[in-house]
Design a binder for this molecule. Sequence first.
Ligand SMILES: [Zn+2]
Length: 158
Amino acid sequence: MQICPHCGTENLEGMLYCQKCGVALGPVPLSTRQLTEDDVHGGTDQLGADNVVILQVENDETPILVQVRSEVVFGRVTEQSDTTTYINLTPYGADDLGVSRRHARLLRDGKAVYLMDLNSTNGTQLNGESLPTSVEKRLRDGDEILLGRMRVFIYFKT
Ligand SMILES: [Zn+2]
């Protein structure tokens, strides 16, 4: 058994991503193209074959890898439902950085991923532009989002 570091669910040996929340259960090899400093916005808008996004919180060395089944909600919620994965950003300083309990969500539609602000207190920005609440914006590999004052870079795992 492998215990998911994010939600605590027990997974069968050999699983790469938690069957419950989709977060990677251990280190996953990444290509060197990803997570480099000089990556620019405007990469592909097509998610890779295994539907995995890489979330890199600014000033944190360990990326969060999530296999997006349908939607992923960023915030400070620890419980997981069957349809929604909550990425709990509390360990990354979410309280101090003004991240709401349910701040914003990623929604997957085929190979496309959309970002939507969930009427958060301090707002969401995509590549420096404020996102009106409840408006879906399609994401690209290398996009930068701001949840309150928490900066997160999003990469599509190829
Ligand atoms: Zn999990």
